[in-house]
Ligand binder design. Structure first.
Ligand SMILES: Cc1cc2nc3c(=O)[nH]c(=O)nc-3n(C[C@H](O)[C@H](O)[C@H](O)COP(=O)(O)OP(=O)(O)OC[C@H]3O[C@@H](n4cnc5c(N)ncnc54)[C@H](O)[C@@H]3O)c2cc1C
Length: 396
């Protein structure tokens, strides 16, 4: 693993920083440092326009191969891009599910026709995607999905329910794991579908979260139509493709989010200095621990990414999600302790949570989505340490 950057990389850093300075201003000044965890409902229109401005500058999907509209950026350059983006106060990305998950999966498993038709919308920031995996009875146990797909007159018709679908209300497309073989159980008999959201067979209902906002939704499919050409792979490939996508989710796509953690820690430190709680030796120690943890996270990210180019799950990657989720949840708790009694008070009408209160509440979900801590520990035990598999309950 290389820990320093080459001259070329540093030139690239200046190019990114210059572009951000010239563009993240004017109409976009108001969205600097906005749209992060717990703030994701803010400025959605402006942030969508920002995606398109980034696309015009060639700064979306930079890790994708050039032939698909990316820059073919190296891991080092992607780290640099995310560092500069966070430093400049780049807003939370609304296109991250398409860019980081759907796009790489289409590149890996799609036909040339699918790539030509679907990738430009992601790359140009005009088509947003959401992830239709979890169901009421299938979260950690994803292989238990019950949503069904049947082929009729050359089209797939989907029926069932997804839940916790982030950004479904903003998205034009959803990638859905559904059962093509009604007799199948577990990993067999699944398909991977690319489903248009703006059709009568799809209903999106927001779920109000503890932050009072609705970042995720329930999604109902009632004979939702998916053209035969919008299935990725073949019937039965759903599990293989779905797992490959999770490899991308645990890989480079998490970088951007984690680079923003530095801004949150800076905010906590700023408040600790302003309200005097930074003088408390225990708070000081916890701030120092958080700072060290962030450095460890960055080096671990680079170590993991330098060994993982194809979406497969390296040993390092198995520990990575657990590490950052616990670090971020602890940052939320630290933020509350730095605020002191103010943490428990909502200041005045219209009774909006402050950024740090939202951060605290939202970080409660970090140890759940993308695989709970318990599931991550099982993965570390089984896949990285080679321990015996846990007994699985018999399926009805
Ligand atoms: C903010 C947020 C955004 C999300 N966005 C999306 C999205 O966009 N798309 C999507 O498809 N899903 C999304 N999810 C859903 C997420 O993937 C699931 O919540 C997660 O996989 C856990 O599933 P579950 O909620 O059904 O909990 P369950 O699987 O029911 O787990 C309940 C508890 O049991 C534990 N447990 C379960 N099985 C085991 C085991 N074998 N060993 C030990 N402990 C176990 C879990 O760790 C957990 O503590 C999101 C969730 C959150 C919180």
């Amino acid at each position: 693993m290389r820990l320093s950057f080459s001259e070329d990389d540093e030139r690239f850093r200046r190019e990114v920083a210059d572009w951000l300075r010239a563009n993240l201003c004017g109409e976009f000044e108001q969205i600097r440092f906005r749209g992060g965890p717990g703030d994701e409902h803010m400025f959605s229109g402006e942030r969508k326009r920002w995606e398109q401005r980034m696309a015009e500058g060639g700064w979306t999907c930079i890790g994708w191969p050039r032939e698909y509209g990316g820059r073919g950026a190296s891991i080092e350059q992607q780290v640099i891009f995310h560092e500069e983006y966070a430093r400049a106060g780049g807003p939370g990305r609304v296109g991250h599910i398409g860019e980081g998950l759907a796009g790489p999966t289409i590149i890996a498993f799609g036909t040339e026709e699918q790539k030509a038709r679907l990738l430009p919308g992601i790359r140009n920031g005009t088509e947003l995607w959401c992830q239709g995996y979890s169901e009421p009875g299938a979260g950690s146990d994803l292989a238990n999905v019950k949503t069904r797909a049947r082929l009729e007159n050359g089209r797939w018709l989907l029926n069932g329910q997804k839940v916790w679908t982030s950004l479904a209300h903003e998205s034009q497309w959803c990638f859905v794991i559904a059962r093509t073989d009604p007799e199948s159980v577990a990993h067999a008999g699944l398909g991977f579908f690319l489903v248009r959201m703006d059709q009568p067979g799809v209903t999106v209902r927001p779920i109000e979260q503890i932050t009072g906002t609705s970042e995720f939704n329930e999604v109902f499919f009632d004979d939702a139509v998916c053209d035969a050409g919008d299935m990725l792979g073949k019937p039965g490939d759903g599990w293989k493709i779905g797992m490959a996508l999770l490899g991308f989710e645990r890989g480079v796509s998490t970088l951007g989010q984690q680079m923003l953690f530095q801004n949150e820690l800076d905010e906590v430190i700023r408040i600790a200095q302003a309200n005097g709680r930074g003088k408390d030796p225990v708070i000081r120690q916890r701030i120092a621990d958080a700072w060290i943890g962030l450095r460890i996270m960055r080096y671990n990210a680079m170590r993991m990414l330098s060994g993982q180019q194809d979406g497969s799950l390296s040993r390092e990657a198995t520990a990575y999600k657990l590490y950052w989720a616990v670090w971020h949840r602890n940052l939320g708790k630290l933020a509350m302790d730095v605020l002191g009694p103010e943490a428990e008070v909502i200041a005045e009408a219209p009774y909006e949570l402050t950024r740090l209160q939202s951060l605290f509440l939202f970080t409660r979900s970090d140890t759940i989505y993308g695989g709970t801590n318990q599931i991550q520990r099982n993965i570390i035990a089984e896949r990285a340490l080679g321990m015996p598999k846990e007994p699985r309950p018999a399926r009805a």
